[in-house]
Design a protein around this ligand. Structure first.
Ligand code: NZQ
Ligand code: ZN
Length: 392
């Protein structure tokens, strides 16, 4: 087992109607003037935003609101949020929504706290020394941003999508009410389940270290999400399945399923971020579309773990060579994606890149990761291009 640091400062409040505690939680963490940040309208339509502002009004907590965080959230709105916070002396951020609203809020928090151009952090030009405190009311189980140290933003100019990680942006609290996810379109529920599984799989497919306890947690989480994704496909209003998936989403990306690993692989995510930046696809769907091509490209270099995944997560029969078992595990995962209507290649994702665009994405991806990345197999620009080509 490798040495590790496990830091999860987020207070999680889980269950029915827990958004009613929002004012109490903001006070607990010292917020006096709030920016409520949200997406493109689902929280308005569901009435959640109104319930939140009513709670703050009732407790005399001042706030301003800023909606409009699109999926693959934009830098332009982050700049707008930073200016609004400065003008209104905001000292606490409340994101109400999914990963996009949360990530956009985190970026606003970096911008206000550190000053200067906030994109510098995402562009690896400097490091943040803090972030405005942030709370979350989650409406989609997917990214785990409600507990993670990560924020992913797209710069409109050049369509560059980049992440920035630091413990400063981990939310102070996260309100997780599974009922709030009942209004999700089926497609977004499936995208969320895919992303949750991928956050664990990125940490699972490594070439480093013995991590028995972490593997057991990871495999249990993967089996749970796989099972409950199918339940939600057939019965989207199943509270218990929503609850299992929601908690799994937070645990999948708060670091727990990576303790003792070498840091994980993360190349499926890096390859997807280029797709998200260029074609504005849903993150989970993009991951599903690229994973099979990545897996077939790298599995021979990480055979023991692909075999373990096939046997312990995908319930593949323990018959034949390790390579045959590993390949059947990959096929079973793709069958699962298909069963929840996720794409398994770019065509099914609805994008049809030219060779020039593939070359461009591979180049941007390689630059974004500093030349090479991966643990199952270390990938360089030529490998990234080969995987994009195979994913058409
Ligand atoms: O914008 P609104 O109107 O809220 O609609 C959203 C959006 O269209 C809708 N939605 C969310 N909750 C809903 C709902 N519709 C009905 N009822 C509800 N309860 O669903 C759509 C997707 O929302 P979004 O926030 O974009 O989804 P997600 O949570 O998947 O976030 C995706 C973004 O997070 C990044 C992704 O790259 C992408 O930009 N990620 C962030 C990570 C992190 N910070 O740790 C890690 C991830 O790997 C990921 O990269
Ligand atoms: Zn993800």
């Amino acid at each position: 087992m490798f040495d590790f640091k496990y830091f999860t400062p987020t207070k999680v409040v889980f269950g029915k109607n827990k958004e009613e505690m929002v004012a109490e939680l903001i006070k607990e963490f010292g917020g006096t003037k709030i920016l409520i940040h949200y997406g493109t309208g689902s929280v308005v339509r569901s009435g959640l935003l109104k319930r939140v502002t009513d709670s703050l009004d009732a407790e005399g907590i001042k706030y301003v609101t800023l909606g409009g965080a699109v999926p693959n959230p934009h830098l332009g709105l982050v700049h707008e949020g930073i200016e609004l916070c400065k003008k209104e002396n905001v000292d606490f951020l409340l994101a109400v929504g999914g990963g996009s609203a949360i990530d956009s809020a985190k970026a606003i928090g970096y911008g206000v706290f550190n000053g200067g151009e906030v994109w510098d952090f995402y562009d690896n030009k400097r490091k943040a020394t803090g972030c405005l405190p942030l709370g979350v009311i989650l409406t989609i189980a997917a990214t785990g941003s409600e507990m993670s140290d990560s924020s992913v933003i797209t710069k409109e100019e050049g369509l560059v999508k980049r992440g920035y990680n630091s413990d400063f942006c981990r939310p102070k609290f996260a309100i997780l009410n599974p009922d709030l996810t009942m209004t999700l379109p089926d497609y977004q529920t499936a995208c969320g389940c895919t992303d949750i599984m991928m956050h664990t799989m990125e940490r699972y497919f490594t070439n480093g270290g013995n991590m028995e306890i972490t593997d057991a947690l990871a495999e249990g989480l993967l089996r749970t999400v796989k099972k409950n994704a199918l339940i939600l496909r057939d019965d989207p209003n199943n509270y218990d399945a929503r609850a299992e998936v929601m908690w799994a989403g937070s645990l999948a990306h708060n670091g727990l399923t990576g303790c003792g690993s070498d840091g994980g692989d993360w190349m499926t995510h890096k390859l997807e971020h280029e797709l998200g930046g260029l074609y504005d696809v849903a993150h989970g769907a993009g991951l599903a579309a690229i994973w099979g091509s990545w897996a077939r490209y790298v599995y021979k270099d990480c055979l023991p773990r692909f075999k373990k995944f096939a046997l312990n997560v995908m319930d593949v029969e323990n018959k034949g060579t390790d390579e045959e078992i590993a390949l059947r595990g990959i096929e079973a995962m793709e069958d699962f994606y298909r069963s929840i209507k996720m794409p398994t290649n770019l065509r099914e994702l609805g994008v049809n890149p030219t060779e020039e665009e593939l070359v461009d994405m591979a180049h941007k991806c390689a630059v974004g990761v500093g030349g090479k990345k991966g643990s199952a197999k270390v990938l360089y620009e030529a490998d990234m291009l080969a995987i994009y080509r195979a994913s058409i």
